[in-house]
Design a protein around this ligand. Structure first.
Ligand code: PGA
Length: 257
């Protein structure tokens, strides 16, 4: 059975004091959750402090982005090596806000993915269609292209523990969630594609998270779906109560499997 991941994407919220407080509350409340991998992805400026706080903890630390070069004259960028040095184990790559507001493409996602895996960071590669694309029945094509191009040139050994997050753009921060069936359908599509590109056992081992307005109220139904292996949580990860609630719900669902 795949072990679920609940990852919090804090986006551009929380200064360092707020971040340490939130991370501490999560740590206290979720210390006994041993069947779920918990990951928090704060802004860059919080990573070093939180990295120190989490040294002895089972909670994983992730960044929200990285650049593909190791170092150099790239003002404003942060490399995978640097993330590793402050204690990150994960990095989100190709979030739709990066694609939409900062010009990221499947090509840049591919290069960032390479930098992540070369530095032993577990990439959480985000894919997902816009509302327009869904309404034009283009979801399968869009997701297929994003996954295929993103993973271009990688073999199974390279990808290691790579995680994929399916995040329909129309469900992010909108309060509009994909129904469990809609999400499951795309997750199956992604898993089938991984099987086609790699092997059956590799596809079965890959964790595919759902993201887009996951809340305590809808987490249970989503996590019950066979091919949903956890969640990438935005808004509801900014408060310890709701984030831990989602973790506990996921833990219960998996206990019952
Ligand atoms: P949301 O964000 O939970 O606030 O919709 C999810 C994400 O963008 O990863």
């Amino acid at each position: 059975m795949r072990r679920p991941i609940i990852a919090g994407n804090w986006k551009m919220y929380k200064d360092v004091n707020e971040a340490v407080e939130l991370a501490n509350s999560i740590k206290r409340a979720a210390f006994d959750m041993d069947n779920v991998d918990i990951v928090i992805c704060p802004p860059f400026t919080d990573l070093s402090d939180i990295g120190e706080m989490l040294v002895e903890s089972a909670i994983g630390l992730g960044a929200q982005n990285c650049f593909w070069e190791k170092e150099g004259a790239f003002t404003g960028e942060v490399s995978a090596t640097m993330l590793k040095s402050v204690g990150c184990q994960y990095v989100i790559i190709g979030h739709s806000e990066r694609r939409g507001y900062f010009g990221e493409t499947d090509g840049t996602v591919n290069r960032k993915l390479r930098a992540a895996v070369d530095n032993d960071l577990i990439p959480i590669m985000c894919v997902g269609e816009t509302l327009e694309e869904r309404e034009a029945d283009k979801t399968p094509d869009v997701v297929r292209t994003q996954v295929t191009q993103g993973l271009k040139g990688f073999d199974e050994d390279h990808l290691g523990q790579m995680v994929i997050a399916y995040e329909p753009v129309w469900a992010i921060g909108t309060g509009r969630t994909a129904t469990p069936e809609q999400a499951q359908e795309v997750h199956v599509m992604i898993r089938d594609l991984i099987r086609e590109l790699y092997s059956g056992s590799f596809a079965e081992s890959k964790r595919i998270l759902y993201g887009g307005s996951v809340k305590p109220e809808n987490a249970g139904e989503l996590m019950k779906q066979e091919d949903i292996d956890g969640g990438l949580i935005g808004g509801a990860s900014l408060k310890a109560d709701s984030f831990v609630d989602i973790i506990k719900t996921t833990s219960r669902v998996y206990e019952g499997r």
